[in-house]
Design a protein around this ligand. Structure first.
Ligand code: GDG
Length: 729
């Protein structure tokens, strides 16, 4: 078994040195350290863009060969592909959307087209190294289509996906014309991870509404498997930051920095250049602080480190200009010959210097407008070894859920930033130490190793669960086996559900008329004296009689409340009283207040249909209806059942299970086949002997032995059985 990480970038930098030779330097991001310390004995591979364009074919070959020794597998992209896929769809469409910058979202068809092509390129690059049983872990929004692409080729692997940025609310996500394709892309994974439960909730709600799926909390049953969603807050390599403070070179840097910044209190801010990081709001908050608190002039400075990023995207160069101007204006207004209010660094710092900076800073000011997690906040806390410090943190950062001892601010509220700076500057040292300790405890425990191993372990356990839970799928071998048993048997019982099994679901129940093909198949099956065919349905007897009255088959209407044997309809005993107004009124009230839902009144069953109602709204009304029905139904000894987009109230004496028991009493059958698609059909399956062939259509059932993914395969399957008989006889 191997672990294959697929990310936009390989964790290394390739550059040309002064002799125009290629140089390779491995970069140590959070993800690489997390994975390197996985407590699993597993071969690890990376697939990703190497970050440089090969100038010639030979160079490409050389890079590939060099990287191969590291188990790195490069995906080479052209300049146009980088523009359309990375700068375009990833960073000009998805990034602003996921960070709630709706007006920044750029749509260009060519961005989407290139995004699709590049996801496909990643798929093709990964496929040759993936073997059955491997674990594939895909990283982030640049590769949202990849889980499904890989799934198409490989069904025998575990696929995980982690989304490092926020997942926006459905109302925002739905504006993307490709929202359905992106969601389907992600659902190719077995496990989809987010930093927080909020993002997870948004994803679930978007998938339910856009794709018309139903989640059961963290899981959704798809055609042939169950996909899971969970929150895994990403941590940092805590020890690296905590321990590095003891390194002589870091201490040396810290001493020099402290001298340079003088006796001023130091506020630190560290970000990549990005509008989501709230840099301008932060500067305004600091300027307001200086204006309102002249007593702090010459006593506090802000060190602002901005790491250049995505400067090929226009938005980013505009932002850079505005930041330059704002800092210029603050320094122009407030500087004195002894004091610079804002120290501005527009470049990245070597690790030692960054940690030294974290260590000496009295305050970290981390105020993104939106941030998936924000690791800077955690790194600052870890570098505060035996030293006070205060974290001011935006409540819009994923990290705010864990770091509750920080001073939490709304990053849009400039006055709140100003007040938080004052509070931080005046916080007693003991209080700072106490709060730090609480947060350090949290982040040292939930570090990056725990994050990575937590994700991979959960993926592993899903693999186990899936292996045991799935009912056997129907394959050619199963067909053959059923056919052989069919041939050698003498007394056969077929229990067939109708809607969703013998006929595709229709929005209007009266439209589900049997096709001539179905009637032919049933006629063929009944032509053998060895076969007893029963249609067991929730429909009322009028429908069943109208459609199948001419065939010599058993019909069970309303879950067996009425049944037809040998051409005569019988009524099961214990039929209930006519429906009373109280219950009908409850249903009617729900129909009135739930557009697109409707009530079906049968003799022994009342059915509220909500197939066409929005998923979330339907869940709400479904629960409210059940709550309203509990008392009157228990008084009248009626059963409430949730079905496939329906709520039923029915007599407790008749279920498809009791009908199955009745049918079994008839004879000693040596071949039993039951097919159905709904939870009510599970009642049939439960009552049948373990030798029976029980087949669930669509979703996986924990009760049925087999699973046929699509309804349209039912008739061909039955036809094949019937034909076999005709040929044999
Ligand atoms: C995305 C999500 C999520 C920064 N300046 C220097 C430097 N850095 C390092 C920091 C930190 C990293 O860059 C930045 O990580 P963040 O988490 O703060 O933000 P994004 O880059 O936007 O990351 C974010 C993250 O993915 C993980 O899932 O938390 O929400 O947006 O590690 O230390 N490193 C060095 N010099 C610098 O000057 N050496």
């Amino acid at each position: 078994m191997k672990l294959i990480i697929i990310a936009n970038r390989l964790p290394l930098k390739i550059s040309h040195n002064e002799h125009n030779e290629l140089e390779f330097v491995r970069s140590e991001g959070g993800l690489t350290t997390g994975l390197d310390s996985l407590e699993m004995d597993i071969e690890m591979h990376w697939v990703g863009w190497p970050g440089a364009n090969a100038e010639t074919d030979q160079e490409q070959e050389y890079i590939t060969k060099y990287l191969d020794d590291l188990n790195f597998h490069p995906v080479f992209l052209t300049t146009e592909q980088i523009q359309g896929y990375y700068e375009g769809y990833s960073n000009s469409t998805l990034w602003p959307l996921c960070h709630y910058f709706y007006s920044f979202v750029e749509y260009e068809n060519r961005y989407w087209e290139t995004y699709k092509i590049v996801n496909e390129l990643f798929c093709q690059a990964a496929l040759p190294i993936i073997d059955a049983g491997d674990i594939v872990w895909i990283q982030d929004y640049q590769l949202m289509l990849l889980p499904q692409l890989l799934r198409k080729w490989k069904n025998d692997i575990s696929i995980g996906y982690f989304h490092h940025i926020p997942f926006p609310s459905y109302e925002l996500f739905r504006v993307l014309p490709e929202s359905d394709l992106l969601l389907k892309g992600l659902l190719g994974a077995d496990l989809i991870g987010f930093h927080t439960h909020e993002y997870m909730r948004h994803f679930v709600s978007a998938a339910e509404r856009v794709l018309d799926l139903r989640f059961k909390l963290d899981q959704v049953v798809l055609n042939d498997r169950i996909a899971y969603v969970d929150a895994f807050p990403m941590g940092i390599n805590y020890d690296l930051y905590y321990d590095s403070i003891n390194q002589p070179e870091v201490q040396e840097k810290a001493i020099i920095m402290k001298q340079n910044y003088g006796v001023h209190k130091l506020i630190l801010s560290v970000d990549r250049l990005d509008y989501s990081k709230g840099i301008l709001h932060r500067l305004k908050g600091f300027a307001l602080f200086l204006e309102k608190h002249p007593e702090y002039k010459e006593k506090v400075s802000l060190a602002m480190i901005i790491v250049p990023s995505r400067d090929n995207v226009d938005r980013y160069s505009d932002l850079k200009t505005k930041i330059d101007e704002t800092i210029g204006s603050i320094n122009g207004t407030y500087s004195t010959i002894n004091w610079t209010p804002v120290y501005y660094f527009y470049h990245s710092f070597p690790f030692d210097e960054l940690v030294a900076m974290y260590h000496i800073a009295d305050i970290a000011l981390v105020t993104p407008l939106r941030d998936g997690m924000n690791l800077v906040a955690k790194e600052y806390l870890a570098a505060k070894r035996d030293k006070p410090g205060v974290l001011i943190l935006s409540e819009m950062a994923g990290a705010a859920i864990e770091l509750t001892e920080a001073i939490l601010v709304n990053p849009n509220d400039v006055e709140e930033i100003e007040r938080a700076i004052l509070e931080a500057l005046e916080m007693p040292v003991e209080e700072q130490m106490r709060k730090l300790e609480v947060m350090q405890k949290q982040i040292s425990k939930y570090n990056v190793n725990r994050w990575a191993s937590g994700f991979v372990k959960e993926l592993e356990s899903i693999k186990q669960k899936n292996a045991t839970l799935y009912s056997e799928k129907m394959n050619a071998e199963t067909f053959q086996n059923i056919q052989e048993n069919y041939r050698s048997s003498k007394n056969r019982l077929f229990i067939l559900d109708y809607d969703g099994t013998l006929a595709a679901f229709q929005n209007r129940p009266e439209d589900a008329t049997p096709t001539p093909e179905l009637l032919d198949i049933l006629a063929d099956l009944t032509s053998s004296h060895k076969n007893k065919i029963a249609i067991s349905s929730g429909r009322d007897k009028t429908f069943l009689e109208k459609w199948f009255g001419d065939l010599p088959i058993t019909l069970a209407a309303e879950h067996g409340a009425h049944f037809k044997e040998d051409g005569i309809w019988h009524e099961n005993k214990k039929l209930i009283e006519p429906w009373d107004d109280e219950i009908i009124n409850i249903f009617q009230n729900f129909v009135d207040k739930t557009p697109r839902s409707k009530l079906e009144i049968k003799e022994t069953t009342l059915v509220w249909h909500f197939r066409k109602v929005d998923n979330w709204f339907a869940s709400l009304r479904e629960q409210q209806l059940i709550d309203a029905l509990i008392m009157p139904c228990s008084r009248q000894n009626l059963q409430i059942m949730r079905g496939n987009k329906i709520v039923e109230v029915k007599s407790p004496y008749h279920t498809k299970g009791s009908e199955a028991i009745r049918l079994l009493k008839d004879k000693n059958y040596d071949f039993i086949l039951a097919i159905g698609d709904d939870t009510t059909d599970d009642d049939t399956f439960r009552e049948l002997p373990s030798t029976a062939y029980t087949i669930k259509i669509g979703n996986i059932s924990e009760v049925a032995r087999y699973n046929l993914r699509i309804q349209s395969r039912v008739l061909p399957f039955l036809k094949q059985l019937a034909e076999k008989e005709t040929k044999d006889e």
